[in-house]
Each structure stands twice: as C-alpha cells, then as structure tokens.
Design a protein around this ligand. Sequence first.
Ligand code: TYD
Ligand code: MG
Length: 494
Amino acid sequence: MAKQPRTSYVCNECGSTSPQWYGKCPICNTYGSLIEQAPPSASRGLGNNTGSRSNEAPHPLAALTFPQIVDGEEERWCSGFAELDRVLGGGIVPGSLVLIGGDPGIGKSTLLLQTANLMSKHYRVLYVCGEESGKQVKLRASRLGVEGTKGELDSEEIEASKSTPPLTVADGANLYVQAETDLEEILRELESLRPHVAVIDSIQTVYFPALTSAAGSVAQVRECTAALMKVAKREDITLLIVGHVTKEGAIAGPKVLEHLVDTVLYFEGDRFASHRLLRSTKNRFGATHEVGVFEMVDRGLREVDNPSELFLGDRQGMAPGSSIVVACEGTRPIVVELQALVSPTSYPSPRRAGTGIDQNRLTQILAVLEKRVGIPLSKLDAYVASAGGLNVSEPAVDLGIAIAIVASFRDRVVAPFTILIGEVGLGGQVRQVSQLELRLKEAAKLGFKRAIVPKGHQIFPDVGMEIIQVARVIDAIVAALPAESEGSDADDDD
Ligand code: TYD
Ligand code: MG
C-alpha cells in the first residue's frame, strides 16, 4: 500500500526541509522560519488535473516564437484606468500576475471592482471575493455605478486595446462575481469559465483544504498563490491579486509571494485625506517608481490626471511661512505647497515635527539655517507640513522647506508665483537635483513665473520662466523673500 504523504516544513531562509515543526530551523538556526508545505501529491495535483508535464524540453531562445510578441514589444491590455496603466508600464501584460497591497480600507476592493468593470467591456472578467458576500459586492457595485453593462471607454482607449480577443458574449455578461474562498472551487471556476482577467480579493482569505494551517497563514498564502499562478499561466489568465499588508506595511505572507508575481503594486494614502497613490515596487514589464494618483469620492475612485492641482493650496493668498516646491514621483513631477510654523517653545527641548516630509532632513535643515545663515532657531518649535500630507521626502524639496521656515520666522510671504528647487548641503550650499527640466515644465504649465534653482545646472530657456540660480541658501532667501522693510533682516546677509 502506498504510504500516505505527510505534511513537511520548509525553512523560508535556507530552504531546508524538515518532517517536523521547530521554532528554530535546525540547519540555519533562524527563529520562526519553518513553514508548512503541502504534501507532495496534493501540491502536484493542484491546478494540474491532467497530470501531464507542464514544462517542455528546453528550446533555443531564437527558435522560440509567440504570436503576442512583435519586435520585443509585449502586448498590453488597457485597464480602463490610465493611471493604473501608467504604473504598470503602459497597460496590463496579458497572462501576468499582479499583486496589489495596501492598508485595510484604503480602497483596494473599490479599485479592482472598478477596473474589473472597465475591463469587462472588452474581456471576460471573474471577480472572486473572499472577503465580502456576493450581496455586498452587488451593493458596492451599485454605489459605484458598476452594472457590468455600461462603460465609457473613449475612442483612444478602445484603439489601445485593439488586440482584444473578440468576444461574442452579450455586452454586460462579461463581469462574473464569485463569492468563494476554497481554492479548489476557484481553480475549477477559472478552468471552466476561462476568463481573460481574474481578480482575487484577497489571497489571505483563500484556503487550500489539504493544508491544516489557517487561511492567511504563510503556508496557505504561498501554496494558493503558486496554484493560482500555475492555472493562470496554463490558461493564459491575467491575475490581479489583493494582498493584505502587515502592521509594518509589507505585504503579509512570505517574501516569496513578491518573488512569485510579475508586478507588485502598493495602494497608499492617508485614511483622512482623499488622495490615493498607486506605486509599483516591482515590475517585470516596466519601470518601478511610477505613481498613479486617484481621489476617493462618494462614487468610488476618480483618476487625477493633474495631481499638482490637488496639492497646491490657494496660490493667490499665500500665507507667511508657505513655499511651493516640485517633488518628483518617478518621472512624474508634482507641485506641492509646504507650510512651516516656528514659534517659541514651551518645552525643555524644542519640538520639530514634519508631516509628509522626512524628519531627519527637517532637523538637518534647521541646523543649517542656525549655523550657516545665523537664524536663531534653537529655542523655537518648528512644524513643517506638505499640503494634503503628501509624502515628499526627497532632497529636492529641501530648499522649499528652508525658505518656508525662514518665511515663518520673519513672518514674510514668499514672492508670488515662485517655486523652489534644490537640495540643501550641510555647508549651507544649494546642491543640484535630478530631473530639473521636468520639474520646471510642470511648474510653468501651472502658471509659475520664477524658479529658484541650484547654480551650475543647464539653463532651460524654453520653459518660459525666470530662472534664478543660487549657490547658497542665503542667496535663495534673498531671492525668495523680497525685502519689504529693510533693516530688521540686514544682519542676516552673511
Ligand atoms: P475598500 O475598497 O473596501 O478598501 P479595501 O478593500 O482596501 O479594504 O474601500 C473602503 C473605503 O473606501 C471605505 O472606508 C469607504 C471608502 N469609499 C468611498 O469613499 N467611496 C466609495 O464610493 C466607496 C465604494 C468606498
Ligand atoms: Mg477589500
């Protein structure tokens, strides 16, 4: 009689297997690294019911031909959201596996339901909801105006998705919803419905009954993803998988999960602000560090094609202590308003707090202003915040932070229609930044007239702005804060 296959445990660190669970791996001595692995027969059977060899003999690369690949360009499907397409590197690559992580309640389900709806105009889409019942999905869908019938893809988007396999199914019958958490049922449905796109919301709710561990455990997540991937690759199904994130913000489950998939996206934002950013941290088919901007409104997510307007306060009535900077998210410049407030401290050591900016840089800039510019800040609390709490922790916004602090200290308003770009060095110098031209063009587009930038950069005469090059922070202060009342500030000029 054949021996019953047994569950074994594999170390996440060194890969060694053990028939028994230990708190510490007996080989590499890492604590808590052993995770349950499906019995060999069960995992082999999963998603591979034919039992045939899934992989073929090796071929010379040059001899491999695929109809989808023309001149090294992969085929791309339009998701219906230009912002999502941008983050993916120009659209969804058919047959790829995309993992989407994010805090609870940030809008992952909303994003994917809307995407599923938009894609169902051209493709057959299966939406597997493990977290909500079919009724809840229907309720959400009706709130979002998702009916699975109407859609407003414009002619350009339709053009972009010409490569669509022709569908004969009646319009509106292409979005299927399945409330299921049993992996075997899901795999069966994938094989019978053969959708072009399947959404799994979320991988932590899916469980494989042959494993004893609970749904959402490391072993379950790993096995379920692997099994889904296997079927998806075989049936040419594009998978969009939602993953929960841990308290630290990483996608829950083994790092293996991120290695398995083609693309990892994070959906992030402040629960109390309406904007949401979609970022890619891994992309086998495009650049990472691209960002897509959405806004959560009462009818779901809305794309924001001009994010600067979202993060720009009222430019006409600039308050003392605010400045405008241009931060870059990937290749995307975003014009953002920064505000600073300095006031006498009532604590033994002054408080320094930044919202949306890097705390260490804030402390450093305050020290530079004190030591190199001679502004006495050591007895003052300093608070600096970006509009909407947008995270702009990149060095190019340093100069904006410095000027906002000085403006607040002197209770002055920065010259109108002026933007500040530059990194602040410890010696009080203004250092060069990347993508200056891109930043200037974005600001010019929004009607800014002057830019204070680091010295030594190439001048871009065609951006249509007055460009003031500065070598030191002190020069930037002189340029940015026009002296209305001479005298009180004269001592600051070196
Ligand atoms: P959801 O997509 O359920 O989040 P996740 O799947 O990431 O947990 O989004 C839930 C939040 O979105 C909820 O707190 C309310 C908000 N929301 C809106 O503001 N407008 C809407 O139209 C919808 C559907 C949700
Ligand atoms: Mg959800």
